[in-house]
Design a protein around this ligand. Structure first.
Ligand code: SAH
Ligand code: SF4
Length: 428
């Protein structure tokens, strides 16, 4: 597979403010606003055919059915599924022609009926700190138009976290979130969700080189994409089936092989889906808490009016698999003068008593037109001290990629410019 992509070294000036790392327990670092910084751009990738069904993201069963549909004899299906799985997810090929041990005849049948092409990369921005943000374009589904979403990669000492999107836009309207100002255009499909991981691995050189001999031993450790967080655009639990399917593929031990312990799903609090997330996906849970009273949470995270704090915390207490070894992450955005008093810090600790919890304080990332300000750094530290004294370690999310507008809640795609009629046609 392609190793690191050659970069077209154009320099661009942007003026941005704070950004984030999507990582629980990151080390503290002072927040410094950045004004003008260099940014590296790469040439967009080639667009591909939207009409043929995508094999990426399918379950083994569906892949088997897809093979039968092009004439693969029933007794060969298992073996062929294993072959395809290996080419797709271990070798990372995006062209049937590269599947050396698959006959030319079958390769032709497959490529006539299906696609395994990568999503189109419209833009890639690389921060001075190594954080990367990709803008992807996905083909139209049904009567809709092509859509765009963003995915962010955050490298750190010893790990690399990919922040994956689940929807184009969001139906929810959290008042501090940029994505929340963009109406839902549509849910992403499993191939589009898995595709974000595949492209990241392509771009980072995380798949083996094409000349690696067949049967050659490939390292399973030390990959650049070591963690996935469903914290990009959208509410993953409003796209439950597709996210579940995609994460099953991403965590499959014979493929991309990301341990479920290294996958975290963040929700604004879709209470009825929380138990199923634990039972059926088995991934780590993060809750966008952001307030300690219903009155304030009703404003900041309006889904709270439907599922108030007491219900949300009950669902956390009984989350399948929760333990001191597998804690729930509670995200708390620091909004100046809104939710950052020391009284609220104490209430936060009290509220979470009895739940195996980690607390992530997220410095607010401003966006054009946002009504809030980030809390002063001193206040964030004082708030963190209260939380730390109650036994929660290193809770401030380190700002990262601040120069490329890649932060939590800053993601918002061009798709929002779609006309309302197109959104309706897309099923939103
Ligand atoms: N919809 C899901 C996941 C995506 S948002 C959810 O709400 O949990 C990922 C995280 O970024 C959430 O905790 C969200 O509340 C937070 N966030 C959104 N906007 C932000 C902003 N402007 N600054 C900091 N964090 C923000
Ligand atoms: Fe949607 Fe999450 Fe943003 Fe709320 S914080 S608007 S749920 S993406």
């Amino acid at each position: 597979m392609a190793a690191r992509t050659a970069l077209e070294g154009s320099l661009m000036a942007v003026s941005i403010d704070f950004a984030h790392a999507h990582d629980a327990g990151a080390a503290r670092e002072p927040l410094v606003p950045v004004a003008i910084v260099p940014m590296t751009m790469v040439r967009p990738q080639v667009v591909t055919e939207p009409e043929r069904p995508h094999l990426v993201g399918m379950s083994r069963e569906d892949l088997g059915a897809a093979l039968v549909a092009v004439g693969v004899p029933a007794k060969q299906v298992r073996m062929r599924v294993a072959q395809l799985w290996h080419w797709l997810y271990v070798r990372g090929v995006s062209d049937f022609g590269q599947m050396a041990n698959v006959s030319r005849d079958l390769r032709t049948k497959l490529s006539d009926a299906y696609t395994i092409a990568r999503p189109e990369v419209v833009d890639e921005q690389i921060s001075v700190d190594g954080t990367r943000k990709w803008l992807f374009r996905f083909p139209a589904r049904g009567a809709g138009r092509p859509v765009e979403i963003e995915t962010v990669y955050i490298p750190e000492e010893g790990r690399g976290t990919l922040c994956v999107s689940s929807q184009v836009g969001c139906t929810l309207t959290c008042t501090f979130c940029h994505t929340g100002t963009q109406r839902l255009v549509r849910n992403l499909t499993p191939d589009e969700i898995v595709g974000q991981v595949m492209i990241a691995r392509d771009r980072l050189g995380d798949f083996p080189d094409a000349d690696t001999p067949e049967g050659g031993i490939l390292p399973s450790e030390g990959r650049l994409v070591s963690n996935v967080v469903m914290m990009g655009m959208g509410e993953p639990l409003y796209n439950f089936d597709h996210v579940k399917q995609a994460l099953a593929v991403v965590s499959d031990g014979e493929g991309l092989a990301l341990s479920k312990r290294r996958i975290t799903l963040s929700t604004s609090g879709v209470v009825p889906m929380i138990a199923r997330t634990g039972e059926e996906m088995g991934v780590g849970l993060a809750i966008s808490l952001h307030a300690v009273t219903d009155d304030l949470r009703d404003v900041l995270v309006p889904i709270n009016r439907k599922y108030p704090l007491a219900q949300l915390l009950d669902a956390c207490r009984t989350y399948p698999g929760v333990s001191n070894a597998r804690r729930i992450t509670f995200e708390y955005v620091m909004l100046k003068g809104v939710n950052d008093s020391l009284g609220e810090a104490k209430d936060l600790v009290r509220l979470l008593r009895g739940i195996p919890a980690k607390i992530n304080l997220i410095p607010f990332n401003p966006w054009p037109g946002s009504a809030y300000e980030c809390s002063d750094w001193d206040q964030i530290e004082r708030f963190a001290d209260v939380v730390n004294q109650a036994g929660y370690a290193s809770p401030i999310r380190t700002p990262r990629g601040r120069d490329i507008f890649a932060a939590c809640g800053q993601l918002k795609s061009e798709s929002e410019r779609m006309k309302k009629t197109d959104r309706m046609a897309a099923g939103a």
